[in-house]
Design a protein around this ligand. Structure first.
Ligand code: CMP
Length: 148
């Protein structure tokens, strides 16, 4: 079963959208294997966004993601990397389709509510920045015990 990482960024937290966003992934049928609220250190933010180092927006990106609390969530589900990216919508909220998270709640490419791993390789690189293996909790949901 595939896994992915999402981060609810400081604008999502400060706009009280945490429940609304997590609800969408729960209702889609994904399993929550880990979840935490944290202030990201500059070092971890630079590591997480290392692929963007050197781009004109890199410094603003690091400053922004470290400007307030974020929520990190580790999700599991069938093809969940691609499904999660679809549910987030285009990176630029002003271009994202209505019905997606960014399409419904963002008009900006900088303050675009949520980050999601874009590939298996990205997930494998990103998730250890936020979760140790002991913090990933495998358990059975009630509706999985008899039905699935
Ligand atoms: P995220 O999914 O967190 O991954 C990298 C982030 O960089 C992206 O969301 C945007 O918030 C930001 N980003 C990407 N492209 C640009 C850009 N051209 N200008 C400013 N910010 C950008």
């Amino acid at each position: 079963m595939e896994r992915t990482l999402i981060l609810i960024k400081p604008d999502g937290v400060k706009r009280r959208l945490v429940g609304e966003i997590i609800k969408r992934f729960e209702k889609k049928g994904m399993r929550i294997l880990g979840m935490k609220m944290l202030m990201l250190s500059k070092g971890k933010a630079e590591k997480h966004y290392a692929v963007h180092k050197g781009k004109p927006f890199y410094n603003d990106l690091v400053n922004y993601i470290t400007s307030g609390p974020i929520i990190a969530v580790l999700l599991e589900g069938n093809r969940c990397i691609e499904v999660t990216r679809q549910m987030c919508g285009s990176t630029d909220g002003s271009k994202a389709q209505p019905g997606t998270i960014r399409g419904d709640y963002s008009l900006s490419i900088e303050k675009n509510i949520i980050h999601a791993s874009d590939s298996k390789e990205s997930f494998e690189y990103e998730y250890p920045i936020f979760f140790s293996n002991e913090e990933i909790l495998g358990f059975e949901y009630g509706d999985e015990m008899n039905i699935i």
